[in-house]
Ligand binder design. Structure first.
Ligand code: RBF
Ligand code: MG
Length: 294
């Protein structure tokens, strides 16, 4: 069976990506083909810039799960490497799209391009598809507030701590997962024990204090998050950490995996003059989170 192929980086699987993938699923059905989604685990942009940390909206496994939830027949990674990056648009089209993925149809977003230096844009892909006798569908940008939704826009929102705006562009609540790792126990001494989450270094950690939903196994808890460098207790140049204080929760959960969904930005992190002042602010953060969840 031939495939209706959707190909892109799809980092974030945002509202624009969702339109593309749903279109591929729909077109595949219409033509009696299989919908096949191929994605670049490391977006070519980061292959070229060399960035590896604090830059992804979604890890590959998160992307695959979100894509499969949209009804894709299959999803598979294509590793963008020097060989791939040096192909011409013609080589990429014939070797990858036609031969490797046996495309009977192709569906892409408006900013997708193939070949070295991104030489083959939409017009190229449209012509190449017509010549090869396969179907072609270009899906326009999803928009919000006059802006084209893109992974870059969402990354900028996340880097600024603007998670509500990011979530509206994503169509799902931005989340970070990881095991609970042992902290110094200072949170407990302050009266606000936190689960420190060992998140993957490639994931973006939005900076600030947030109201969040935390999943532990099949249970979900309301929480307040600190995602920052703890300047009050640590040196200013210390690493970003993600810690969650779960509301109305008193168990220990070391070793368990948590999934934290960022829901509302409460305030930026600050350096306080005293621990008392930090505690006062954490109390009002907890109150703000409770109010959000009410
Ligand atoms: N640490 C800071 O240095 N500045 C802050 O503004 C700050 N805000 C926090 C808000 C909340 C809701 C929580 C749970 C923690 C916050 N922390 C802050 C981190 C705090 O210093 C940390 O939890 C303890 O040091 C234990 O790791
Ligand atoms: Mg802690």
């Amino acid at each position: 069976m031939r495939n209706f192929l959707a190909i892109g980086s799809y980092d974030g699987v945002h509202l624009g990506h969702r339109k593309i993938i749903r279109a591929a699923v729909r077109e595949a059905r219409r033509f009696g083909m299989k919908s096949r989604v191929v994605y670049f685990p490391r977006p070519p942009k980061f292959f070229f810039s060399g960035e590896t940390e604090n830059c992804l909206i979604t890890l590959p496994e998160e992307r695959e799960k979100l894509i499969m939830e949209l009804g894709a027949g299959t999803v598979e990674p294509l590793h963008f490497d020097p060989a791939l990056s040096s192909m011409t648009a013609d080589e990429f089209f014939s070797r990858v799209i036609l031969v490797k993925y046996k495309a009977g149809g192709l569906c892409v977003g408006p900013d997708f391009a193939v070949g070295r230096g991104r030489e083959g844009h939409l017009d190229y892909l449209k012509c190449a598809s017509a010549e090869a006798g396969i179907a072609f569908k270009a899906v326009p940008f999803a928009r919000r507030g006059g802006h084209k939704i893109s992974s870059s826009l969402i990354r900028a929102h996340l880097h600024a701590g603007a998670v509500e705006e990011a979530n509206l562009c994503l169509g799902w609540d931005y989340s970070v997962s990881g095991p609970v790792i042992k902290g110094a126990g200072l949170g407990r001494k302050l009266g606000f024990p936190t689960a420190n989450i060992g998140s993957h270094p490639a994931k973006i950690l939005p900076p600030g204090i947030f109201a969040a939903r935390v999943k532990v196994g099949h249970e979900t808890f309301n929480a307040v998050l600190n995602s920052g460098r703890r300047p009050t207790v640590d040196t200013l140049d210390s690493k970003m950490v993600l810690e969650a204080h779960l509301l109305d929760f008193s168990r220990t959960i070391y070793g368990k995996t948590l999934e934290v969904s960022f829901l509302k930005h409460i305030r930026p992190e600050r350096k306080f003059h005293s621990l008392d002042s930090l505690i006062t602010h954490i109390k009002s953060d907890v109150a703000a989170a409770r109010k959000f969840f009410k």
